[in-house]
Design a binder for this molecule. Structure first.
Ligand SMILES: NC(=O)C1=CN([C@@H]2O[C@H](COP(=O)(O)OP(=O)(O)OC[C@H]3O[C@@H](n4cnc5c(N)ncnc54)[C@H](OP(=O)(O)O)[C@@H]3O)[C@@H](O)[C@H]2O)C=CC1
Ligand SMILES: O=C(CO)COP(=O)(O)O
Length: 338
């Protein structure tokens, strides 16, 4: 039995905490909301984020981050990308021993263009970091809490650390693979949200399945182009954290990114969409980062670029799709291999 805390009590943090508690680990969830900690401890629910779920009675919560950190030999960071730095700062004051960090967030920071493991590595003193492992793959919280079969990948250059995380989470309905390719895993997990927003838009425009299949496959092509140029293993993008997560996020009604895109495709404006969602839609900020990365690495990312126009320059979704369809003629495979 390990002593673990999960920082962040949204849908994913809560679902992962449930898996850990059910696996018999001494698990504490940290939330910055005292009323939510009280609800988890006393009613064993988290109604805002997992409305139908009964949480295990051996899962406890706290709103005191020092207590969560002191409790743990492994810390799972499960807040949205834009909150990572703030949470690291809160942790800094409380760390006094070496801890294994696992992050589960799927984003890239705009402007700095840092991946989450890079933000963690620069924000936390090396003396207190055993390793940083990323856990990513096709895994909607809503299905994990129903014990529906789910596969996911733990990635770290140090494969023994990845295996430790594999052992922590693995059970009959939650199957964990390992991978040493942190760049590929993080880039696939972050960029699939961009394509899922686009897939939601074409569904909102009622463009049907051909358009969605095109977005998934051409989306994977541009994710792979950028990810490989940044140092990712091309095969990672064909795996769970690439193709797998792209499929689930572009096709599932559970996806926050697909749902947000769907509303945009139906004519709603971004601020209204985000207000209505009430949960993180990582793809919005990641689209900005993808647009900047495409320029930095000189990689063609037509879907991400058109989506950038829709989100930030008021381009009509239909006009963006037309622009994609009318691009200069290409060879399919040659272009992907460049
Ligand atoms: N949901 C899913 O199925 C999956 C999500 N992910 C990834 O996990 C990450 C978290 O997503 P998810 O759980 O869905 O997000 P949610 O929007 O469901 O929850 C986010 C949680 O983080 C808290 N939070 C936000 N900002 C801060 C802050 N500054 N300090 C402390 N807590 C904060 C929120 O608190 P508050 O209630 O106050 O806003 C909330 O509890 C994302 O990167 C997402 O891409 C990965 C796989 C699956
Ligand atoms: O990453 C996810 C599933 O693997 C969750 O995606 P959404 O944030 O779009 O719901």
């Amino acid at each position: 039995m390990e002593r673990v805390c999960v920082l962040g009590a949204g849908s994913w943090g809560s679902a992962l905490a449930m898996v850990l508690a059910e696996n018999g680990h001494d698990t504490l969830v940290w939330t910055h909301r005292a009323d939510q900690a009280e609800e988890i401890n006393e009613q064993h629910t988290n109604r805002r984020y997992l409305p139908e779920t009964e949480l295990p009675t051996n899962l406890h919560a706290t709103s005191d981050i020092a207590q969560a950190v002191a409790h743990s030999t492994t810390i799972i960071v499960a807040v949205p990308t834009k909150a990572i730095r703030e949470v690291c700062e809160k942790m800094l004051a409380t760390l006094d021993k070496k801890v294994l960090f696992v992050h589960v967030s799927k984003g890239i920071e705009p402007d700095s263009l840092k991946r989450i493991s890079e933000i963690l590595a620069e924000s936390l003193p090396a003396d207190f970091v055993e390793e940083i492992v990323v856990l990513s793959g096709p895994s909607h919280a809503e299905e994990v809490v129903l014990h529906h079969p789910t596969t996911i990948t733990a990635a770290c250059a140090n494969i023994e650390a990845a295996e430790k995380v594999q052992d922590l989470f693995m059970n009959q309905f939650f199957r964990v693979y390992t991978n040493e390719d942190v760049i590929g895993v993080e880039m696939g997990g972050a960029l699939k949200n961009v394509i899922a927003l686009a897939a939601g838009i074409t569904d909102g425009l009622n463009y049907g399945d051909n358009a969605k299949a095109a977005l998934i496959t051409r989306g994977l092509a541009e994710i792979t182009r950028l990810g490989v140029k940044m140092g990712g293993n091309p095969f990672t993008f064909a795996g769970l954290t690439g193709m797998g997560d792209l499929i689930v996020t572009c096709t599932s009604v559970h996806s926050r990114n697909w749902r947000a895109g769907n509303m945009l495709g139906k004519g709603m404006k971004l601020p209204q969409v985000l207000e209505q969602m009430g949960m993180v839609v990582e793809g919005v900020r990641t689209t900005k980062a993808a647009y900047q990365l495409a320029e930095k690495y000189d990689v063609a990312m037509p879907i991400s670029s058109e989506l950038y126009g829709v989100l930030f320059n008021d381009v009509e979704p239909k006009v963006a799709v037309d622009a994609l369809m009318m691009r200069v003629k290409k060879r399919e495979i040659d272009e992907m291999m460049q």
